[in-house]
Design a protein. Structure first.
Length: 147
């Protein structure tokens, strides 16, 4: 909702055809404001990543905000673009064995939440959020809204 306040042209674009555009918009919401900040795992085998040797047993950390702003993966990653396609974000773990089992539920919840908010209070605007301190979850403690 903060991004829709900050980028009113994107909000207007979404509202022109909410049902037809919300699916792709949700993917951009997830890329833009990943709920998870980091994910750490232990390498099971030796491998190369970006020219760096990772050995079995090494700890590896994925930083979602960095991955979701990768210029090699996204055209203009600094832009909030609800029509972005393709959108290969890593908001649910990036696929593989660590893909979030709740990803489809989360998408359904986002569709329902934004559908109701934007239909019931289409002019809702937000102020700056206060975040929950931590280095794992990107959670908001409070965020002022005006209706």
């Amino acid at each position: 909702m903060k991004a829709l306040t900050d980028f009113p042209d994107e909000r207007a674009w979404l509202l022109e055809d909410f049902d037809g555009r919300i699916g792709g918009a949700i993917e951009e919401f997830i890329r833009w404001a990943s709920a998870v900040l980091t994910f750490r795992c232990t390498a099971a085998t030796d491998f190369q990543l970006g020219g760096q040797t990772i050995k079995a047993g090494d700890k590896v950390v994925m930083v979602y905000a960095s991955d979701n702003r990768d210029e090699e993966a996204f055209d203009h990653p600094e832009r909030f673009d609800l029509g972005r396609n393709p959108n290969p974000h890593v908001g649910f773990g990036g696929g593989g064995v660590h893909f979030c089992l709740g990803a489809h539920v989360a998408r359904a919840q986002l569709r329902a939440i934004f559908g109701e908010l934007l239909r019931q209070v289409p002019d809702i605007e937000t102020g700056d959020p206060v975040y929950v301190p931590g280095n794992f979850i990107h959670a908001i403690r409070s965020m002022p809204c005006t209706l």
